[in-house]
Design a protein. Sequence first.
Length: 194
Amino acid sequence: MPALLLVVSAPSGAGKTTLCRLLLQKLGFRFAVSHTTRRPRPGEVNGKDYYFVSREEFQKMISQGEFLEWAEVHGHLYGTSRAEVESALARGEDLLLDIDVQGASNFRRLFPQAVFVFVAPPSLQELERRLRRRGTETEEALRKRLARAREELTFASWFDYVVINDQVERAFEDLAAIVRAERCRPPRVLSWPS
C-alpha cells in the first residue's frame, strides 16, 4: 500500500502541534522532523520536535540542496529534509509533516499526491487568547503573528480539508476521519493490476 503523506498547516496558536501529537500517538504516522533556526520552547526536544540549528548551518543546508522546501517565518528559517521524507516514503511509512502555509504550497508542487489539511481556530479572538495564554510573545510579536494568521486564513480554501479546532477531541476526530477516508482510496487499497 502506498504511503500516506499528510501535510498539516495552521496559523500559530491554532492547535496544530497538539493535533499532530495525537495523530502520531493514535494513527501510526511517522513525524518528519523539520529543521529550524529558532530557539527551543520549554519542553521541546532537539531531534524530536525540531532539529534546532544555527542560521549559518541552515544556509549551508540550503546551498547543498538538503531541503525539499524551506521558508522564513517570523524571522526564523524552517525546512523539510529531503533525505528524511524520501527514506520514509521508500519504506512505505505514513508520514506527517507539520509545516506552515508557505511551505505547504512549495511542498504541493513536489508531492501533489499528498493530503493537505488546514487547521483553523474557531475565531481570531480565540486565536489571540491562545497566543496570549502561551506568554511567550511580546506585544509586537503577537501583533505580527495575528496579522500573519489573518493572511494564512485566506489560503484555507487551497487545502484539501479544513479542520476547525474549537475542541481538541472533536478536531482530532475530524482529522482521524480524513486519514481513514484517505487510507481507503483505491490507489492505497488495491494492489492487483488493472
